[in-house]
Design a protein around this ligand. Structure first.
Ligand SMILES: Nc1ncnc2c1ncn2[C@@H]1O[C@H](COP(=O)(O)OP(=O)(O)OP(=O)(O)O)[C@@H](O)[C@H]1O
Ligand SMILES: [Ca+2]
Length: 890
């Protein structure tokens, strides 16, 4: 059947879209807040009392009827607050949704219409033949057709962590040929036919059932939530205190005067006091605090995707900001993973170097005597690899699979062999795919004679040590001796010192099929060494600079690689990871040390070569014991535990197995080391953004509450200088808008100039504290001075019920917040220039300009609601500069 028809009949491998949450539900969610509801009730009470007084008989007929204004204005303010917050939440959610869909996409290898190709999992169809390798997570339900040793971990489906051995459908023993989606392939290679996709697959059904479950907060969110709660309690207490103080004052004044106002006047004053109290609560409750983190995270994670960091676990983003150590792989991360066979010795004494034009011909001539060897090598490489030539996901023809194998396949292609033909000509009976644990791969084929032949390729020292024979320059099998071994060794290290990756190629003939050892590895002994090839893999551009940047930022970079120690050292030296006095050693050596010795050596350990997945976990454990925050990269299935254990696990988007990705917090979409630096930058930016916002928020909080408190207690009408509606506007500036403005600053290189902040450091550090308290005191003093001395100061006619002065104070207060917000951009003491990089931060500028314009409109046209009067140009100037003039005055 054509794939179109299959798609129509069975659908694509996607789950139906989650029913969209309507905007109204966001509105309801935001409005569902105690203080907002209280405020609404109070507003309605004020509205009814106000209207009632307007039309009551005692209302003076010549005065305008304005009793309804206050209540309506508050209702409008509540509406604006709810709307802005809901819009924010809605957008934030949309960003996370985008991230989620990206997170699920990946490529799989399939055979469709007889053609091998790479496809997006979403395009997998029933009837496709899927190619499976160790580390894959089965993307749809399938039936195992053919393969070797396929073993699955179905714990995600059954909850039991037993490994299940699968047998092919047409095998001798048809016990279990079902491959469940969601299960992991632990070992073996194979092919299966897809029988159920999307919603109909096992995994799909499970995911559908789990829909709608929510994530828990990140550590920063949890910290902020509890801080917000504490502040809210204090604010609540302050508001309550104010309420009783105002009521007490009102009662005392009137009982001293022995003259009580009319009942409705008392009622309206009481309602006013209640409204003021609730407004103070609204201002004091820092509802924007937890939101600021989510917003910063939503912003950061979507931006990080552009920097090729796919954040799987939200908290990783902020944790990365505190990282003190990075452990990175070499191949593909520091290097480009563009591999080409460049040099080699095949067989003994026949050397070639593709950099040298004449060398190739010389090698060809030498090889003439050993044609059989060349064929053996070509067969070995063709049969003993899982890479293939096909279409990549962009539809271009390419070698697909392990880059090392691609390089080898390409090499034999250049030598004139057709690897497909070679594969077709041989009968493969067993495959032991490459595993980092063993550092080799073997395939056993049955010869026409009925005997078996084993091809093995892998890390050259390991292959060398398992060989008792070697092929000499004439194509004769000879016994190894010490001298020959030395010669091979020196060849290998001369390649390795040039930062080349060496692969040993060997074979042996065996009469019967060998039994794997305990750990599943094929015994490697009595092999014949055919030769060693050396593969280049250039350093990625920018790595040297990135390593330097990490060092400046106080983050220690270590290389943990499976490659040869000399190769590793050479690369580490050129990339700047290995420095004078630094230690490079091999994984087995490190593993055999005592914990004490490991701890001692760790601060200087920069390269760990020939390491296995276990070494990674050891390094993470030792580092974490020293309270380090560790970022660790990994690509293989066995790297899973180390990735999980690390504070931030990075998996490779291109070469990483699905299992590694699942265990990781962040997927490096381009496998690139430089992207880890980007993650550090963003991590620091998120932490900083939240701190900036916190500083700003607390300053305004304290200033507004204290000012209202003092001014209302001292005023004759028990009214605060800042009216309820004005305060609500201030609250909008400082909560929602400031969170947007301060928590979304794109990172700048400056963030890399300072040492990491401890993860356990208090959210509010000393310099923030100084800033908060200093600013708040300053603001309160300025406004109080204006309140009591303003009329003389600005030569105002105080008799006009002080409206101009009050408007000016309101204006001064808002402008002080705007300046304060600019100040809060730099809280890290690295520079005093608060305008640094402000041009890169368009969101900040947009919001500030919006606030200034709105303030102008409010003052000029919003008089009714905000109780303001239009100011003259000079009064505007004065309010903007008032803080300075006050300083002069004082
Ligand atoms: N497909 C393969 N078949 C056989 N041998 C391989 C294959 N891929 C790699 N090797 C050999 O095994 C060694 C270890 O590989 P491993 O994947 O553990 O680490 P690596 O790729 O060299 O480095 P890193 O751990 O930094 O990514 C390699 O140096 C190489 O010699
Ligand atoms: Ca608030």
């Amino acid at each position: 059947m054509m794939s179109k028809q299959r798609e129509q009949a069975f659908g694509r491998n996607v789950l139906p879209k989650q029913s969209e949450r309507s905007f109204v539900s966001y509105l309801i969610e935001t409005y569902n807040d105690k203080t907002l509801i209280m405020l609404t009730v109070a507003a309605f009470v004020s509205l009814s009392i106000g209207t009632w007084r307007d039309y009551s008989s005692s209302h003076p007929p010549d005065e305008p009827r304005l009793g309804w204004v206050e209540g309506t204005a508050i209702l409008l303010a509540v509406l604006v607050v709810v709307l802005t917050n809901a819009i924010n939440n809605y957008q934030k959610e949309a960003q996370f949704k985008l991230l989620n869909s990206k997170r699920e996409d990946r490529v799989v290898n399939v055979i469709r219409n007889g053609q091998e190709r790479e496809l997006s999992v979403f395009d997998l169809l029933v009837g496709d033949i899927l190619i499976l390798e160790p580390g894959d997570i089965i993307p749809a339900d399938g039936i195992y057709l053919e393969g070797h040793n396929v073993t699955c971990d179905e714990s995600s489906a059954t909850g039991e962590s037993d490994t299940v051995k699968k047998t092919p459908l047409f095998g001798t023993d048809r016990a279990d040929c079902y491959l469940l989606s969601g299960a992991k392939i632990l070992e073996g290679v194979g092919r299966c036919i897809i029988v159920a996709v999307g919603e109909n697959s096992f995994y799909g059904r499970m995911m559908m059932a789990m829909r709608g479950q929510n994530l828990e907060g990140t550590p920063l969110q949890i910290k902020l939530d509890s801080l917000a709660e504490q502040i809210a309690k204090i604010g609540f207490a302050a508001a309550l205190l104010m309420f009783f103080a105002l009521v007490f004052k009102y009662v005392v004044i009137h009982s001293l005067r022995k003259q009580w106002p009319s009942g409705d006047e008392i009622a309206s004053t009481l309602v006013n006091i209640v409204i003021q109290t609730i407004t103070i609560i609204v201002v004091a409750v820092p509802e924007g605090l937890p939101m600021a983190v989510t917003m910063a995270l939503a912003f950061a994670t979507t931006q990080m995707l552009k920097d090729n960091n796919l954040v799987r676990v939200l908290s990783a983003c902020e944790t990365m900001g505190n990282a003190t150590a990075i452990c990175t792989d070499k191949t593909g991360t520091l290097t480009e993973n563009v591999m080409t066979v460049e040099q080699g010795m095949i067989p003994f004494r026949c050397v070639f170097d593709y950099q040298e034009a004449s060398s190739k011909n010389r090698w060809a001539t030498q090889l003439k005597n050993a044609q059989n060897t060349q064929l053996l090598i070509a067969q070995g490489i063709a049969v003993n690899s899982t890479a293939y030539e096909g279409e990549n996901d962009r539809g271009e023809a390419a070698f697909i699979g392990s880059k090392t194998e691609c390089a080898l396949l390409n090499w034999i292609k250049l030598l004139g062999y057709d690897f497909r033909q070679l594969r077709r000509d041989s009968t493969v009976v067993e495959v032991y795919p490459f595993a980092s644990k063993w550092k080799s791969m073997s395939t056993i084929v049955q010869l026409k004679s009925g005997k078996y032949q084993q091809y093995t390729k892998g890390a050259s020292e390991i292959i060398l040590s398992s060989c008792t024979y070697y092929m000499d320059e004439n194509g004769n099998k000879k016994k190894m001796n010490d001298e020959i071994t030395k010669q091979w060794q020196s060849t290998i290290s001369s390649y390795a010192n040039q930062a080349l990756r060496t692969i040993g190629i060997a074979y042996r003939e065996i009469p019967t099929l060998p039994k794997p050892e305990q750990d599943g590895q094929l015994p490697l002994d009595n092999m014949t060494l055919l030769g060693v090839v050396a593969i280049t893999d250039p350093l990625r551009p920018g790595v040297v600079e990135a390593v330097r940047a990490f060092r400046k930022a106080g983050v220690f970079v270590r290389m943990i690689t499976g490659d040869n120690i000399d190769t590793a050292k050479a690369i580490a030296r050129t990339s700047g990871i290995l420095t004078k006095g630094g230690i490079a050693m091999s994984g087995p050596e490190f593993r055999s040390m005592t914990i004490e010795e490991q701890r001692k050596i760790l601060p200087r350990l920069q390269v760990l070569a020939r390491s296995g997945p276990l070494d990674k976990t050891i390094v993470v454990a030792r580092l974490q014991e020293q309270d380090q925050v560790v970022g660790m990269t990994g690509d293989g299935t066995n790297d899973g535990p180390a990735l999980k254990m690390a504070d931030v696990g990075f998996s490779m988007g291109i070469t990483g197995t699905e299992v590694a990705k699942e265990a990781s917090d962040i997927v490096l979409m381009d496998d690139n080391f430089n992207s880890i630096l980007k993650a550090l930058l963003w991590g620091r930016a998120v932490n900083d953004g939240v701190r900036k916002f916190l500083t700003f928020q607390l300053t305004v909080n304290i200033a507004a509450v204290v000012l209202s408190f003092i001014s209302s207690l001292t005023s004759s009408t028990t009214e605060s200088v800042l009216t309820a509606v004005q305060l609500l506007w201030v609250n909008l500036i400082m909560d929602t808008l400031a969170a947007l403005a301060l928590a979304t600053e794109p990172p700048s290189e400056q963030l890399l100039l300072r040492k990491p902040v401890s993860r356990n450091a208090h959210l509010i550090n000393f310099s923030m504290m100084k800033m908060i308290v200093g600013q708040a005191i300053f603001q309160v003093i300025v406004n109080l001075v204006l309140l009591y001395q303003g009329n003389e100061l600005f030569f105002l006619d105080g008799s006009k019920d002080g409206k101009v002065l009050r408007t000016m104070i309101f204006n001064v207060f808002v402008f002080m917040q705007i300046f304060n917000e600019i100040n809060c951009r730099r809280i890290d003491n690295t520079t005093l220039n608060v305008f640094q990089n402000i041009t890169h931060h368009s969101m900040f500028i947009i919001i500030q300009v919006t606030v200034i314009i709105s303030q102008f409109l409010i003052v000029t046209f919003g008089g009714l609601a905000f109780k303001t009067v239009p100011l003259t140009a000079s009064q505007w100037l004065v309010t903007k500069n008032a803080p300075d003039s006050i300083i002069e005055y004082v």
